[in-house]
Write a protein that binds this ligand. Structure first.
Ligand code: SF4
Length: 264
């Protein structure tokens, strides 16, 4: 059943007056119902609220793709930039005003294809920016092509026989390039993700939040909610996030452990 404009306006009003989503803007998210990005937005909202960061102290620099819509749904300053350029723009903003809390937000298509060169340089510069990588392993906005993090064999209109390239592992790449805060998170778990986001935002240096998310519209095989719920699990209790060698060895072995993988 189609919701009327009046009913939507009422819904937004109720959301805003609930105080649970204070960072949300007046625009109702247009992501598909069930998209993993709602859970990420919720966790971010919690973290920012709990840290007491004010709206005017936040800048979201968003890339191209479904993840890039994040800035429109968030009540903060924002900059919607060209494809793959969130990190250099975020760097400029942070350099100009270090008091700001700066988030670079983009998907795997944006950050791991055209933007990947910036990712490596951002890590080595260790600028105090928070990078939220929404990784659902698909180009959602352009209707479901395989992305640089798609599994081999991903069938799409652009790869009818299945993609043949090996996927990029953003967590592993960040560790091997010397990132000082690396977290891997399941988008469907906002409550567990909130304290991790708070830690990363408070970290004085570049923070990567590598979210495993679901594209319910275009991926019915790999990163589905069912698969992610079944496969993801917390890092072991004995895990030491200050040990880089252990972190790299662990990530090579286990693609689905979630938590703070490394903190210098
Ligand atoms: S196309 Fe996929 S990634 Fe984009 S909003 Fe819909 S479910 Fe989310």
């Amino acid at each position: 059943m189609k919701t009327s404009g009046k009913a939507l306006a009422e819904k937004v009003k109720n959301i805003n007056s609930s105080d649970k989503l204070s960072v949300r803007s007046d625009s109702l998210p247009t992501w598909c119902p069930g998209c993993g990005y709602f859970g990420i937005h919720q966790a971010l909202n919690n973290a920012v609220q709990q840290l007491g960061i004010q709206h005017h102290e936040i800048v979201n620099v968003t890339g191209i793709g479904c993840a890039g819509r994040y800035g429109f749904f968030t009540n903060a300053y924002g900059c919607h930039v060209v494809h793959g350029r969130t990190l250099p723009v975020a760097t400029g903003i942070k350099m100009a005003n270090p008091e700001l809390t700066v988030f670079a937000v983009g998907g795997d298509g944006d950050g791991l294809a055209i933007g990947i060169g910036h990712f490596a340089h951002m890590i080595r510069r260790n600028v105090n920016v928070n990078y939220l990588l929404f990784d659902n392993s698909i180009f959602g906005l352009t209707k479901g092509q395989a992305s640089p993090s798609s599994q081999v064999g991903t069938v799409s209109k652009a790869s009818p026989s299945g993609s043949v390239d090996a996927p990029i592992n953003a967590t592993l790449m960040a560790l091997s390039h010397g990132a000082t805060f690396v977290a891997r998170l399941f988008a469907g778990d906002p409550e567990k993700n909130t304290p991790i986001l708070k830690k990363g935002i408070e970290h004085k240096g570049f923070s990567l939040f590598h979210f495993y998310s679901s594209c319910v519209t275009f991926d019915k095989v790999f990163k589905t909610w069912g698969n992610l719920k079944e496969k993801t699990h917390p890092l072991p209790d004995t895990y030491d996030p200050s040990n880089l060698n252990q972190a790299i060895a662990h990530v090579l072995e286990d693609d689905f452990s979630m938590g703070v993988v490394y903190k210098a």
